[in-house]
Structure formats: C-alpha cells, structure tokens
Design a protein. Sequence first.
Lengths: 284, 443
Amino acid sequence: MMIKKKLQVETIIITSKANSFLNINEILKYRDLIFLLVARDFKVFYKQTILGPFWYILQPLLNSAVFTVIFGKIASMPTDEIPPFIFYMSGTILWSYFSSSMMSISQVFTSNKDLFSKVYFPRLAVPIANVIINYLQFFIQFVILILFIIYFYFNGSSFSLDIKLLLIPLLLIQLSMISIGFGCLFASITYKYKDLALLLGFGMQLWMFVSPVIYPMSMISDKYIYFYILNPVSSVIENFRYVLFSNSDFNLGLTLLSLFFSIVIFIFGLYIFNKVEKSFMDTI
Amino acid sequence: MTSVIEIKSLSKEYQLGIIGRDTFYRDFQSLIAKILKKDDPNSPLSGIISNGNSNKFLALNKINLDVKKGDIVGIIGKNGAGKSTLLKILSRITSPTEGSIKITGKIASLLEVGTGFHGELTGRENIFLNGAINGMSVSSVEKQLDNIVKFSGILMQHIDTPVKRYSSGMIVKLGFSIAAFLDYDILICDEVLAVGDQEFQNKAINKVKEINSNSNRTVLFVSHNMDSILKLCTKVVIINNGMIVHQGSTKKMVDKYTNSRSYFKNYYENRWSNNSPQTDSIKLISISSKNNIGEKLKDFDITDEILIDVEFQILKNDKNFCTNLHFYRNNNFFFQTFDESIDVDWENQQSKNIGRYKQTCKIPPYTFDVGHVDINILIFNPPGDIDSSNQIMEPKGSTGALSLEIIESKRINHARGNYPFAWAKDSLTRPICKWITKLEDEK
C-alpha cells in the first residue's frame, strides 16, 4: 500500500498569549465535529422525550395561543392588522430561536467543562453547533407558521408571500450573530461569576418585553424609539414581519444601525471568548 | 533526530484560593476600590502580608525539555509534582504563565479514555463523535471503524447499542481503541494505558509500541506504574516540585526514582528493609509519625500533638546513643531536639544493651506553623563522637527522612477556625504565648 506523504507539517506554538483571533481555518477543520455535535444533541433530545421533535411544534403553538388570549383578546393590543395568532407566532418562533441559542451558548463553559478539561478543540465549535441545532428547531417551527398562514389565507385573511421570503436566512444569520456575540460574552462572565447565570434567565424575559415580540413597533411612540434602536433584536423581528406580511414600511436606518450593533457585539463577544477560552479551566 | 516538542522555560502559576473571588460583587468592589485608589477590601490583608507572592503557587517552574521524533518518553513523579499540569498545557487545555512550547506535527492527547461519550448514543455514533473531538474527520474514522471495533473486542452486534448498556470495561476498551487508531504524530497520554483487564492492558501497551515502531510516532506518557514505564519508554523524565530533576534512560531513572525516598515524601512511615543506615553498633529500622491516639498520619492539624517514633537496633553493647531530630522547612534548618540522653552528665553516659529500641518524641501542638516539615535524623554517641563512621545521619541532605504536613485548624482555639478572610502569612512556628489584656483607663 502506498503511504501518502504529508506535505504540510502542522506546527503549534503554545505561549501565554491568546490564540490568533478567530482562526477560521481551524474551525473549518473541525466541521465534522460541529456536525456530529448537532447530530448528538438532536438524537439525544429525540431519544429522551416521548413526543420528540413535536415539542418544537407544541411550544410555539401553546405560546401563541396564550398570547392571543391574553394580549389579543383581553388586553386588545394592536397587531398591525395581522391575525393575532399569526402575529404572535411569528414573534415567538423568532424570539425562541434567539433566546434558546443565547441560553445554551452562555452556558458553554459550565456545561462542557468535563469535555473541555480533557481535550482540545476550538471551543467555538460548541456555540456554532448550538446555533445550528436551533436553526433546525426554527426551521420546523417556520414550516408550521407557513402552514398556519396558508390556513388563515383560505379563511379569508389576505397575505402576500413573495420573493422577500428569501431574505429570512439573512435575518437568521444576523440574529445568530447577536446570539453568539452576547452568548459568548455571557459565557465568559458566568463561568466565573455563577450568580450572573441566574440573572440571565430573568434578563431574557425582560428583554422579550422590550423587543417587539408581542406588539408591533408601530405601537411605540417616538419618545421611546431610540431605545429600540439600541436593541438590535427589535429590527430583526420587525424585518421578519415585514418580509412575511409587508405590514409596515421597511425602515432602512433602523436596519443599518441594528446591523452595525450586531457586528460590533459579535466581534466583541468572540474577542472576549477567545481571551477566556485559554485559561478558564484554571478558574472553573 | 529532529525535535518534535521543544519546551522552553515553561512556568505555570496558580493562584491559591485564599480569597474566594467567585462573585461578581466582590470583583466589582475591588475594581471600584482600585479606581478610587482605596485599599482593596478583598485583598489578602495587605497590612500584614508584606510580600504579595505568598498566595501564588508554581505548579511548573521553568521547565526545559526536548522530545525527539520517535521517542517514548515516560514522565514520573509523585502526586502534585506537576506532571498533569505539563500534559494539560501540552494538550492546550490550559495555557502557561510563561515560556513557550513548539510542537511539530499533529498532536492527540488522551488524558482520559472515551472523552465526550454520551450514554444515549450507540457505540458506533460514539466512535465518530470521539474521533471528531480528537480532530479526526468522519471519513478517516470510517476507514478505521472495523479496526477500532475489532481491537476493542466488542462484538459487532453490540456496536449499535447505546453505550449506557455497556459495562464500564467495554466503555474504556472502546475509548482506548478509538485513540489507538487516531491519526497523529504525537500522542500524549495520562495513565490511560492502565484501563481494562490485564489482558487488555498488555494489548494496549503492545499497540502503543507497534504504533511507535511502525510509523515513528512520538509518545509522552505519564504513569505511576513503573512496570508499564519499563515496558514502554525509551526515555524517562522525573518531575518533582514543578521542576525536571532528572532525565535519562528508562532503567536508570526508574531505579533512581524508586530508590530515592525523597520522591516519596509525605509518607507517614519510612521503614528501611535491607539498605538501612547502620554502623557497627547500631541499625536504624524506621521513623514514623502518628497523633496522640496512635493513628499513623502525615497530615496534622496545627492543634494536634505530633508523635515521632524512631526504631533502631543496638548491635553491640559498647556505647550510648542519642537521637537528634532536625526539622527543616523549605530546606532551611529551623530547629532540633535531642532525646533524654543529653540530660545525663557526659561522663556518666551508660552504654545501651543489645536489642530493639523504640523512642517516641512528643512534639507539642503549635510547634510548627502551617506548611511542610522535613525531618532528618541523626544518631550519635554522646558526648559527641567526632568520628562520623560511628553515627547515623539520614538522609545526608535536607530532603527529610520523614515529612509532615501541618494544616490549619478548623477549631478556633488559637488557630484560624472559620476566620473568613485571608490569614496572616505562614511563619515557622506559632507557639501559645501568655497574653494579658487589661483596661487601664476608661476614656
């Protein structure tokens, strides 16, 4: 048998300084690991539950139903002429994508410390796998949303689904950048200060209420609009609804600002994560 | 031969956990204090401790090591010597404080077998996952799959069963088998060859040998098992207190390590069998430590009385012998004690009868402050024979015939108790002194 000669010999230099920032080559080398981590999480989730992936469907349906009753029927909040159930469902599935990726990424050090203490691989593989498994969840929920839209269409509501739908992956990428950025930042803090992890669950809830998940941006008076500009998630949700329902005008300024904040937080989160990942084992 | 691992003055420093900086609030407090240029409320008693280094610990101290291609290097040393820290830095789990390592070639580290195994996944799924965790692609695991399963001895019909149904032996065998077929140039392993039954262990050692000789791969191997070190290694490095103290050929180093008691410090008993220190008229048998209820210990609470037993055999009834214990801390001689023979006038010393003797030296509580204590023993003929061939001194240096560890007490009497903040700097001794406090003037 012929032995293939390796042309390239890997050289690793280990010093006290942090690794070069965001080594994409290295992450690509571990793409099989990312794929297998996603497969593992999916299989384990599937094996340990009775309903399996049906949970992905049940959760937004229940949420939307509750919101429809409380905010739509009881509080009579406006939904930009969109059927309330569809409105809440669109907000909920996007928000639950964001919050579940945030939560899992922010615990990456604490929940993987047994693995991280025994073997080296680019730690960022785990957050990336988390984002991908949540894409899967989102995809299933999105299909359900489309089915509901079709159902409502045949029951007299008017929808105009068009070519804009192709922009949804871009919105998801932006939302993943925000969740990786904030998630990595929180992971780098909570591995050391475990008490902040408690704050995060509570904080996510508050964050949902200050994002246009259960109400449209059009409801916000100009006085508070600056506050929404600072929250990059609000533009993603608004644009998601715009793409689906064309319910309001596209706000280019808000979108660009939100994009800018998303990139800043993404880079900042990765930078901190990169600094922490080298020596967090000494503290955890 | 080219070097594949070059370690240059590598150090790793750990912060000793005196102050638990684990809440955001405390760090924030310290940060605010720093900004306002006030004393840090969480610093370890800045007024009392003059040098701030007292709560740092060097797990590795300027290590230099060159590993050549194709070597199988064994790393030995007692617990806490720094072996695992070195492996952790080499496998990039933690980073060094100073110094650098240059590694040429693909490195696989095996600090544990079956890292990342998930009980719900099948054996086959875990093989792929574990391979990927160690940097192997799915396609290269695919090629080795049959070899892995065959080597592990797991029946093909079991490979699609979740590993939670496997016996623990099957899991470690499978874990090792994956590692054995990984594609790497350098393998780092920590005690993992001691997995499974005797038969599998031999198989594992032969496999590593085979990997090494067939493809000239390099292996770094930590073990406490001198048998496997002797079977496998071409070179051995002895680590002690974070430093490489010796390196050389396997046989020589293993002999050195097993014969030198200083590497086995912290044992409550040092009993000499055939190489006991002796002269024509006396032979030292053992030295050991226990507490006042007779439990043999090496760790003593600072409030404990420490009993040192010395056993010796008088071979000739011609002299008296006096035992003299020397106490060292950090290689500094800090006090000594003599047995009751020196209470007798030098002219009236009686020679000891032939037989086996046991002496007990009671060291009062609080004699030593917290820390490590090395004890050397000197047995001489009062009034002090100049001729050293008539006396026993063990050992010759300051490494200790016996070592103790004095630990802080949880009791409150004259000790730290549950005092919540940093405690005063460790000193040599902390004797109980009589203190009298009186109120002199009520103003």
